[in-house]
Every structure is written in C-alpha cells, then in structure tokens.
Design a protein around this ligand. Structure first.
Ligand code: SF4
Length: 405
C-alpha cells in the first residue's frame, strides 16, 4: 500500500511542473536529450555551492571553453585554475576540482567513476556532489540534499529540527531517499533531484514561498499548517570572529608609470602558501594578528620603503569571519622588494587593471584593497584625465586590453 507521506501523484506533479517550467542552464540537458556529462555536473555543482546561478553562468562557460575535458583540467596548473576561479570565492572548491581531475586522470584513466565508493574517495566530493553525479550523469536512484532541497523537504514534511543539526540532517536525508522509492521519481532520478532543487530555487524560496504556484502544495504539511516559513527553523547565528589585518599596497611610481591611465601602474602581489586560508592566491603583501601592524612596519623599513600613507579601513565579511583591514599606500621607484619574510612563496608585479580582472587569481578582499587604490587621492597620477579613466573603470570595469589572458 502506498505510504500517504510519499504519494506518487505528488511526485508526478512535481516532475510535470519541472518538465514544463525548468530553466535552461548550460549544464542542464533539456528533456529527452542525453544526460549531462559527469564532468559538467562536477564542475557546475562545485561552482554552484554557496554561489548564485546567475554568477556561475559565465564562469561555467569560460571554464568549459578553457578545459573542455577533465584531462584538460588535470594538465592545467593550479595557479591557472585559481585565476579562472577569481571572484567565485571559497577557493578550496577550485583546489579540490583540480585535485579530483588529476586523480580521475591517473586513477580512473580519465573517466569519472559512477559508483558511490569511488566518487566519495575523490577530493572534496561530499554526499551531495556524489548524489548529483550519480543521479544526473548516470541516472542512478541516488538522493541529494543541498540548501534548496533541505528547505523544500523540511516544509513538505514539516520537519521541525534544524537541517544543519545531526537529527535534522538525518531526517531530511531519510525523506530524500524515501521519495526516490516512489515509482515516478525512481523512473527519472535525474529529473526528480533537479526538480526538487528547482522548486527550492524558484518557488519555495526562503522568505516568500509562492505556494499558490507550487505543484506539491496539495501534499505540503507546512502549507496545510499555514506556516511555511516556520520551516526549517531559523538557524542560531554565531558571531563571526574579527580578524585584524594590515596590507601594504606597494606601487611602482617610476617615470614609466607616471601615465594618464592608473590601470597601467604596477602593484606588488605576493602568493600565499599552498595550505591555509586563500591558499595559493595572490594579494598585496599583508600581515594578520595583534602584532601584524608592527611586523608590516618592520618589513617596510627592512625593504627601505618609506612614507607609507594610511588609507581608509576596509571591512570585509566572509561567512565565518569579519576582516578589518587597514591598507597602507607605499610608492617606490625601484622594484627590488622581497616578500619572503612575510611568508609569501612567490611575488610578481602586475598592472593594476590586470590585477582587477576576473582571471587575476586575487581574492575578493585583495581586489577590494586595490579598488581603494584606484580611487586613492594620494596617488595623484595623471590629473583630470586619469580621474575620468578611474571613474569609467569603476563604472565599467577595466578598459579593453587590460584584461589578463
Ligand atoms: S506549498 Fe509552499 S511551502 Fe510547501 S513546498 Fe510548495 S512552495 Fe514550499
């Protein structure tokens, strides 16, 4: 006998809605077409974690043009991979994607495996991504739960526990797995999982679920209770620790950089070590911690970099941290500066406009520091013409010819 909690008619209604209403996305196969290749599922799902679809669209297209196969990605340098990821944040995803590509190429002859155990052994692939690859690329009845699915199922079944807690997570996964036993969902696990995600992304939104348009409202317990937004319960917010940091914006200010276009000024960047926060990314040289300001000042004097000018403080909020960064603007006429003492593993000079491009390999915080540099009155480069170019840049991004390749 059919379990009333998992009525197949509701599953069928959701699938029909998805067939008609789904958004066309570059990583999504239209109805009737062959399944999305596992590599495209892998790339898109990692990009989509913590990131909006609209943001990912461009990144995904550029990525697939640059590295159309997993073997192409495996042969790329990590530096290039991180540069291509610039602006997406959560750079561990890029590092794991690259490591996974290398492992698939060396351990699985360049073919992404379809079994749960092999997939779960790959770097950074948790139950959600494993479920996505198994169901979407290989059509296996594998459940998945991301934030959207958790919200839909929490409302559909009026789950009162926090989906981030162990009991809440376990309950939501049980519902996700149980639904895959219904005949309609089982017939097309790929469409089923994507339909749940799509419902959460477009109709069952966190604050304003549009229940009047929802294909499963007839079975939704939160809707029946009249309190959809009570599910899932609000999360207890932890206060983010504050990290005090100081960065020196070292700029070459020699005769060849005294040009009307500030985008051509050279800025000094250091590469962070390959482990830890923002591993492998480039940034203006900086220090953190209670003695950070003193260490940076010592370094500036060791490098004979004088007359550092304080710039306005920048506050940068990440999910679990809040940065309060005080930039110092330092001009030099010479280039020999050594970043080794600050813990950087490599250094380079880069035109400012290139450093601001989408493929520079800089974290968003590093780019925000440089944005401030663009507008810093202390630079006084180029006069009114430069000011106009800065304004244009801030409106439109770097002028053509300044984007890194
Ligand atoms: S009826 Fe409303 S609360 Fe329930 S799943 Fe649909 S949109 Fe979400």
């Amino acid at each position: 006998m059919q379990d009333p909690l998992y009525t197949d008619a509701h599953a069928e209604a959701l699938l029909q809605w998805f067939a008609l209403q789904q958004r066309q996305l570059p990583w999504r196969s239209p109805p009737g077409a062959p399944p999305t290749p596992a590599y495209a599922v892998l790339v898109s799902e990692l990009m989509l974690q913590q990131t909006r679809v609209e943001t990912v669209l461009d990144y995904f297209r550029r990525w697939m043009q640059r590295w159309p196969t997993i073997e192409d990605l495996a042969s790329a340098s990590l530096d290039d991979v991180l540069a291509q990821w610039t602006g997406l944040g959560y750079y561990n995803r890029a590092r794991n994607l690259h490591r996974t590509a290398v492992e698939v190429t060396t351990q699985f002859s360049g073919v992404i495996p379809s079994d749960e155990g092999s997939l779960a052994s790959l770097p950074g692939l948790g139950p959600y991504t494993v479920g996505a690859i198994r169901s979407i690329a290989f059509g296996q009845p594998a459940a998945l739960v991301d934030g959207n699915v958790a919200r839909v199922l929490a409302r559909w079944h009026a789950v009162a526990a926090d989906p981030q807690s162990t009991p809440g997570k376990s309950l939501i996964w049980q519902h996700a797995e149980r639904w895959l036993h219904s005949p309609s969902a089982r017939q097309s696990p790929s469409a089923w999982n994507q339909a749940l995600m799509e419902l959460g992304a477009t109709i069952c939104s966190p604050r304003n679920p549009d229940c009047s348009q929802c294909p499963v409202s007839a079975g939704c317990q939160a809707f029946a209770l009249g309190t959809p937004t009570d599910f899932p319960p609000p999360r207890q917010r932890k206060t983010s620790p504050i990290v005090a940091a100081q960065h020196a914006l070292v700029v070459v200010d020699s005769a060849d950089a005294q040009v009307a276009d500030p985008g051509q000024m050279l800025v000094l960047l250091g590469q962070r070590p390959s482990s830890g926060r923002w591993a492998g990314l480039w940034e203006p040289p900086g220090t953190e911690g209670p003695d950070g300001a003193e260490r940076l000042q010592n370094w500036l004097s060791d490098q004979a970099l004088a007359n550092a000018q304080e710039q306005p403080m920048i506050t940068h909020i990440l999910t679990h941290r809040r940065y309060e960064v005080r930039p110092l603007l330092v001009r030099t006429e010479d280039r020999p500066v050594d970043l080794g003492a600050l813990g950087y593993v490599a250094q380079r000079w880069m035109p400012l406009a290139q450093a601001m491009s989408k493929t520079s390999g800089l974290s968003r915080l590093a780019q925000r520091l440089l944005e401030g540099l663009y507008a810093a009155p202390a630079l006084e480069v180029g006069g009114p013409q430069a000011k106009r170019q800065v304004d244009l840049f801030l409106q439109n991004g770097p002028p053509s010819g300044h984007t890194a390749s």
